[in-house]
Structures are given as structure tokens and as C-alpha cells.
Design a protein around this ligand. Structure first.
Ligand code: B16
Ligand code: MG
Length: 217
């Protein structure tokens, strides 16, 4: 069967979550906010603008739009500095194997990411050509858990929601897939991603039998 496989980017294909964390932590500490890895979970899959609001809420800080805009630019410049030397070694374990398997089995593949930096990351890691469609933070208005990004991706792949399979590392992203009535596969910790239909630690835990099952069921 022809299904649609939709991949989130940060935390699923590449481990850029650590760079987002470092960049946000810098802003937070300048503002005197204690920003922990646990807090960072709340930011995964969430847009840049919303991420800043969450950090400011943590610190109970009210800021002018002017300051917010300044911090958003500062955060992105800092984040981009971590991406300069990015290459294929930063692709997460097992991802290449799964992408190749899906291609060999003529399955359409899309990106469904909240990031506005998605394309350069796919280019730098050399996997842009695997994607039949790319939907990122530049294409959507509503952030996850709103399903807009995945609905758009499924439309571009010309598959129904029921035939779409979403790989996500964030709670918001799993919820977005569930709301869209797509199949949700969590990549990460079962305790965090328990709302997903299946959870795997990484793509090395996903074998071809499981992928065949997704394709044929
Ligand atoms: P940017 P994903 C998301 O990407 C990240 O998980 C989230 O932490 C980040 O704030 C968001 O992209 C926006 O990224 O600042 O690069 O536009 O996980 O949906 O691929
Ligand atoms: Mg993610």
C-alpha cells in the first residue's frame, strides 16, 4: 500500500534539541531565570515565539514586544552558530536505514517540523532528496499541538490522514498527530510520550517487519 510517512525534524532526524536548549538557556540566564532540561521538554515541537513566552512565564517576567523581538533574534543567531559545522554525522541512530527502506518500498516521505531552519538542516546533513514534501515553520500559522503542519504534509503527499504515520519526539507533536487521526509513533521515552500509539527509544529499535506492518495495515 501507499502510505504517507511524516517525520518531525528536531529530536527525530537530528539532535538539534540540545542546541535549542543551549541557546534558550543563555537568554534565560541573562534574565535570571533558572531554565532546566525538564523545562526544555515544554519547548519541544513548540514555535520559537511560543517558546520565549513559556520561558518568560517560568520567570514571571512581562516584557515589551521590542525586547521579545530582540531576544528572538538573539536566540536564533546563537542557535544558527551551532549549525554552521553541521553534517551527516548528526543524523540520529537508525534514521538513514528507515529512510532508505521507505524509499525502496516506494513510500512517500514528508517533513513536518515547527522549525523555520528546517531546509538548511536537511541540506547540511545531505538528506534533502529523501523528502517528497517539506512543511516547516515557514508554512504554518498554528503551532503543534495544532495538527496544521501534519495536515498540510499529508495533503502534499496526497494521502489521507488515516494513511499517515507521524514520527515525533515531542508531546505536542504526538498530540497533533492524534488530533489529526494519524498514527503516532513516539521517538524517545515511553514515560513522556505515552500518548503515542507506539514508542521507540530510537530508529534502531524500528525494524523492517514493523515498517512492513505499518505499510500493509
Ligand atoms: P526554529 P520540530 C521545533 O522543531 C523544535 O522542537 C522546537 O524546540 C523549536 O522551538 C521549533 O522547532 C522552532 O524552531 O527556532 O528553528 O524556527 O521538533 O518541530 O522539528
Ligand atoms: Mg521535535
Amino acid at each position: 500500500k501507499r502510505k504517507g510517512f511524516i517525520f518531525d525534524l528536531d529530536g527525530v532526524i537530528v539532535d538539534t534539541a540540545k542546541y535549542h536548549f543551549l541557546a534558550w538557556k543563555k537568554i534565560a540566564s541573562e534574565l535570571g531565570i533558572d531554565f532546566t532540561l525538564e523545562h526544555n521538554e515544554l519547548l519541544k515541537g513548540v514555535s520559537r515565539v511560543r517558546s520565549l513566552d513559556i520561558i518568560l512565564e517560568l520567570g514571571k517576567i512581562e516584557a515589551s514586544q521590542e525586547n521579545k523581538d530582540k531576544w528572538l533574534i538573539q536566540k536564533n543567531e546563537d542557535y544558527l552558530s551551532y549549525l554552521v559545522d553541521m553534517n551527516e554525522t548528526e543524523i540520529l541512530p537508525g534514521v538513514m536505514k528507515v529512510l532508505k527502506f521507505l524509499k525502496e518500498n516506494n513510500q512517500p516521505i514528508a517533513l513536518g517540523s515547527a522549525s523555520k531552519n528546517a531546509r538548511p538542516i536537511l541540506e547540511k546533513t545531505g538528506i534533502l532528496s529523501f523528502f517528497d514534501a517539506i512543511v516547516d515553520g515557514n508554512d504554518v500559522v498554528n503551532a503543534k499541538p495544532d495538527p496544521e503542519v501534519f495536515l498540510h504534509a499529508a495533503r502534499l503527499l496526497n494521502v489521507t490522514n488515516e494513511d499517515s504515520i507521524v514520527f515525533e519526539d515531542s508531546v505536542a507533536g504526538v498530540q497533533a498527530a492524534n488530533i489529526a487521526k494519524m498514527r503516532s509513533i513516539g521517538i524517545g521515552e515511553e514515560s513522556t510520550l505515552h500518548e503515542a500509539e507506539y514508542v521507540f527509544k530510537d530508529f534502531n529499535e524500528i525494524n523492517s517487519t514493523f515498517l512492513e506492518l505499518l505499510i500493509n495495515k
